[in-house]
Structures are given as C-alpha cells and as structure tokens.
Design a protein around this ligand. Structure first.
Ligand SMILES: [Zn+2]
Length: 113
C-alpha cells in the first residue's frame, strides 16, 4: 500500500468581511496556478502600502507575495490595503540577519582576528 499527500491551493479574498474563494473544490494545484486563473477572473494582487503611504511591490523578486492582498472583483472598488511593517522594523531585522551572517563567516574561519 502506498500513499502521498495531495497539495492544493485555495485563494481567499482579503476584502473586509468577504468570503470569496477560488479553488475551494481543490482544482488549483499551487499558488502560481491559482493567481493565474484568478487574474483571468478579475481578481487583483493589491500591494500593501509602504510607510510613506505609496504602494509597495506586490511580488518580490523571489516570487514571495507576503506584501500583497488577493482581492476579488467585488471588493476592488472599496478595498483598502494594509500598511507594511515600518521601515525601522525592517532595518533592525536586516541588521540582525547581517550580523548572523558575519558571525557564521567568522566561526567558519575559526575566529581568527
Ligand atoms: Zn472579496
């Protein structure tokens, strides 16, 4: 006997109080397929706002869409995007990551001054 997990993607609208979904019957195999179909049905990927109130980048260069909302056609006229985490938070996180990277480099060299 053999089995494998089945992965499916369901898109949900980020509109306030909206319960619109796409792929609820398991017909979409992943996020890319889901958003491609969604675009043909009028759904939009709406970028969150930067600290300065201007829209950010909906899709990062690595394909990550954490800074975007999926919005169905009905919600688009009134949809209000969220604001991203402030730049200060990002700056601190970037510093921490840089710090960890440097430490890893140092330890791989055996901490030689
Ligand atoms: Zn909606």
């Amino acid at each position: 006997m053999a089995g494998k997990p089945l992965y499916r993607y369901v898109l949900t609208c980020d509109g306030d109080g909206c319960d619109a979904t796409l792929g609820a019957n398991g017909e979409l195999e992943n996020a890319i397929v889901a958003r491609t179909i969604a675009a043909t049905q009028g759904w939009a990927l709406v970028p969150k706002l930067r600290a300065n109130g201007k829209p950010g980048k909906a899709v990062r260069s690595d394909g990550n869409t954490a800074n975007a909302h999926d919005v169905c056609p009905d919600c688009q006229p009134t949809f209000q995007p969220e604001r991203m985490a402030s730049r200060a938070n990002t700056y601190v996180r970037d510093l921490q990551e840089e710090n960890q990277r440097l430490r890893a480099q140092l330890s791989s060299r055996g901490h030689q001054p």
